[in-house]
Design a protein around this ligand. Structure first.
Ligand code: HEC
Length: 139
């Protein structure tokens, strides 16, 4: 009887641990990104120009619009099928991030957000997308 009690306690403790572990993982996937500090100060090597913004827009339409929406509001047709928000590129909070941080997010992805290092292998093309995403800020 005593050992039965002990194992019951052990099982509930185990379940509690598994539960808190899964909530910790969930908290990681929704929202906060872990971005290495150096990306805060990494300079965008692609100057903002009509050409770079147009290049970024072209790639955005191909690879990003389905989730992030035409204006970056996070309302693309695929967004409704995801259990996580696609964010909103028009907000001050989003735009307060450094170019390098946005570049990192596009390159590495997280959770439902794909990594684009392989799909868009040219670094400068991903930087051009950063330039285009800057035009989505609500002035
Ligand atoms: C399959 C849907 C999907 C596609 C396609 C997609 N994203 Fe995302 N994106 C997401 C989701 C979901 C998040 C939020 C991820 C999280 O926080 O877990 C996100 C997050 C981001 C963020 C960070 C937002 C923030 O608030 O800091 C950026 C930047 C971004 N995406 C850019 C892009 C770009 C640029 C492309 C195209 C090259 C792209 N995404 C393609 C789903 C997508």
């Amino acid at each position: 009887m005593k050992s039965f009690h002990k194992s019951l306690i052990a099982i509930s403790a185990g379940m509690l641990m598994a539960f808190s572990f899964s909530t910790a993982i969930h908290a990681q996937t929704a929202g906060a990104w872990t971005i290495p500090a150096k990306f805060k100060t990494t300079k965008n090597p692609v100057a903002v120009s009509k050409e770079s913004v147009a290049e970024g827009k072209d790639l955005y339409s191909k690879h990003c619009k389905s989730c992030h929406g035409t204006k970056g509001l996070g309302d693309g047709p695929k967004a409704a099928t995801l259990d996580v928000s696609c964010s909103d590129f028009s907000t001050k909070k989003f735009q307060a991030q450094a170019d390098g941080e946005i570049f990192f997010q596009i390159s590495e992805g997280k959770g439902k957000m794909p990594s684009f290092k392989k799909t868009v292998p040219e670094d400068n093309t991903r930087w051009a997308m950063v330039n285009y995403i800057r035009t989505m800020a609500v002035k």
